[in-house]
Design a binder for this molecule. Structure first.
Ligand code: ADP
Length: 341
């Protein structure tokens, strides 16, 4: 505002100076004396008005462009961003770039552009992973189905084996689709709904029962000595958290290893920890395990699709809590910290 007022003042001042200069010149050279034949005062005033207006307008256009230059730069950058160029950054020319307002505007703009760029990268990463993860089982199903159709000489055993693979891969696809849909639903949820007070300890015990066939097959010894704890949250969603964490613990535990679940309480939080003895999370992978489709073992030898922990994180964060993973000395622990309020 101050800049604009100053510029406008400058135009008026310069135009008045010109007018005064011309007047002074005319008077000092006796050209403005009434009755003179050469110059009539109306003609002089008329020309002065015309020249002043022309000069004033010209100066306004020139200086206006200069004073509006920073705003035009912002508009230009906004337009590029709006057209999907998320690499756009706002940089003011030297001199202007140290002005506090310019610094504030460019910092905010660049921060917004960086965030949009990150979101765009996450989105395209997700689409890439999604397509890849879905393509693998589909290719396998199609391949084995073709074999069954074309090869008339296969043994009954081979036929059964191919059908088993087709069935397994179809279930994997269906599970993955369900998981992705669940995750999208939770991620789009901003308010926690269906909050009830329930017994978490009981819920965890029932999850253990649901997965009994898996941990007995692995001959795991269970250490699940915890007291009774109540929590106020979304019962269905939290059940998903325990199922995913326990399922992972069983999956990554060594044959005959230990599965331990503990529950503790502080005045602010309820803390549930799920730990297992077996495969550790490699140090370089810890930062990525919550990413969609991420699996530390790139050979994808263990069953799963890398969505489980993304769902856990989304649900816990919806409850205002956090998940803290730690792995070392042959033990992997996932601590879920849920705020009581
Ligand atoms: P999935 O289990 O389907 O592979 P998750 O999102 O549940 O996907 O887990 C992502 C990755 O985190 C796993 O592939 C594994 O590398 C690592 N991980 C998760 N839980 C454990 C655990 N209890 N022990 C060791 N590694 C784990």
């Amino acid at each position: 505002m101050i800049l604009f007022s100053a510029v406008t003042f400058l135009f008026i001042f310069i135009t008045s100076l010109i007018a005064a200069g011309v007047l002074l010149y005319l008077v000092s050279h006796d050209l403005l004396t009434p009755g003179e034949a050469r110059l009539r005062p109306e003609g002089v005033i008329f020309r002065m008005v015309v020249w002043s207006c022309a000069l004033g307008t010209l100066l306004s256009v020139l200086f206006g462009r200069i004073s509006l230059y920073p705003i035009n730069r912002v508009i230009d950058a906004m337009n590029r961003l709006a057209h999907g160029d998320f690499k756009t950054r706002l940089v003011f020319p030297a001199g202007l770039d140290r002005h506090p307002t310019a610094v504030e505007v460019s910092d905010s703009f660049n921060h917004m552009a960086e965030e949009l760029e990150k979101t765009e990268m996450l989105r395209s990463d997700f689409v890439n992973h999604f397509s890849h993860e879905f393509k693998t089982p589909i290719v396998s199903i199609a391949g084995f189905a073709d074999l069954l159709l074309e090869d008339g000489r296969m043994t009954e055993e081979e036929r059964q084996e191919y059908l088993r693979i087709i069935s397994e891969e179809s279930h994997r696809l269906s599970d993955m689709a369900t998981n992705v849909l669940n995750l999208t639903k939770i991620e789009n949820q901003t308010i926690l709904t269906d909050v009830t007070v329930f017994n978490v300890s009981e819920q965890i015990r029932s999850c253990l029962l649901l997965l009994e066939s898996k941990w007995t097959e692995k001959e795991l010894s269970l250490d699940v000595d915890f007291g009774e704890y109540q929590y106020s949250g979304n019962r269905e969603l939290l059940k998903q958290v325990w199922l995913n964490l326990i399922d992972n613990a069983v999956k990554f535990a060594d044959q005959g290893g230990t599965l331990k679940i503990g529950i503790t309480e502080t005045p602010e939080d309820l803390i549930v920890s799920v730990s297992d003895t077996g495969t550790e999370i490699p140090r370089e992978s810890v930062g990525f395990i919550f990413n969609k489709f991420y699996q530390a073992d790139e050979s994808h030898a263990t069953q799963g699709n890398g969505i489980g922990l993304s769902i856990v994180k989304a649900i816990v964060e919806l409850h205002g809590g956090k998940v803290i993973p730690s792995s070392g000395g042959g033990t992997t622990v996932f601590a879920v910290v849920l705020p009581k309020k």
